[in-house]
Design a protein around this ligand. Structure first.
Ligand SMILES: Nc1ncnc2c1ncn2[C@@H]1O[C@H](COP(=O)(O)OP(=O)(O)OP(=O)(O)O)[C@@H](O)[C@H]1O
Length: 230
């Protein structure tokens, strides 16, 4: 489903005379099957978000290879990756990244608009998806009128609306209290079970890491531990 081979990422920092290189990912390799939940842990700065951004095509690796659904996406152009993402990958972020001037409904509808789904087909898809996260009644609310947990549910609905086989989540419960965290984790587990969605979840939190059936730990850009739950 997802195969990461010898992935390296080096950033160049500073101006011409004082340029320095920062090796953020060092030869990272792992594989995932469809329906896996992979928890990625590691200290701040260990390269977790960089790894997720590379898999999601938000940046290009310095070297190595990324295969998703038997497609080698490593050398995709930005445009090719954007199209691929609309069919294959949803994102969830710690700070939700909803568009403040759009209602919950409009935020969830947006990926369908980008995909070119006809307007008369969009309404039922959006309402069904809002229903899946329990927030149909809040469709006309703006993000500022929703709690953190509700905003994260809307962002899950926005990821879900294109029915992606993969959802990438960067600290999805990092801004939430522990009760709301449990609600969000239950939704993720339910989506994984019912729709066999593959998740990669970055977290600092053991409770979140526990919902994964696989776990990798990064230290200074190296994969130092790989575990499969039985
Ligand atoms: N675009 C960039 N240009 C230069 N350096 C970067 C860039 N993106 C990330 N870095 C650096 O790479 C290192 C790893 O960052 P990354 O965000 O992947 O870590 P992380 O493990 O997700 O950290 P956190 O848990 O704090 O979010 C950091 O030192 C960061 O400053």
């Amino acid at each position: 489903m997802i195969e990461v081979k010898n992935l390296c990422q080096t950033f160049e920092l500073g101006k011409k005379q004082n340029k320095m290189k920062l090796d953020v990912l060092k030869d990272v390799s792992f594989q995932m099957n469809k329906g896996d939940i992979l928890a990625v842990t590691g200290r701040s700065g260990s390269g977790k978000s960089t790894l997720l951004n590379l898999i999601g095509g938000l940046m290009k690796p310095t070297s190595g290879e990324i295969m998703i659904n038997q497609t080698n996406v490593t050398n995709f152009s930005e445009g090719d990756f954007a199209t691929f993402r609309l069919d294959n990958i949803g994102f969830i972020f710690q700070n939700f990244q909803l568009i403040p001037s759009m209602t919950a409904y409009e935020n969830v509808e947006l990926p369908l608009v980008l995909k070119g789904v006809a307007e008369n087909k969009r309404a039922s898809i959006v309402l069904t998806t809002l229903n899946r996260v329990g927030l149909e009644a809040y469709k006309d609310h703006y993000p500022s009128e929703l709690s953190g947990g509700q905003q994260q549910r809307i962002s899950i609905a926005r990821a879900l609306v294109i029915e992606p086989p993969i959802i990438l989540a960067d600290e999805p419960t990092g801004s939430l209290d522990s009760e709301t965290e449990q609600e969000i984790l239950s939704i993720i587990q339910q989506l994984n079970k019912e729709s066999n969605i593959t998740f990669i979840i970055i977290t600092h939190d053991d409770a979140v890491a526990k919902i994964g059936n696989k776990h990798i730990h990064l230290h200074d850009g190296k994969l130092v531990k790989e575990e499969v739950a039985i």
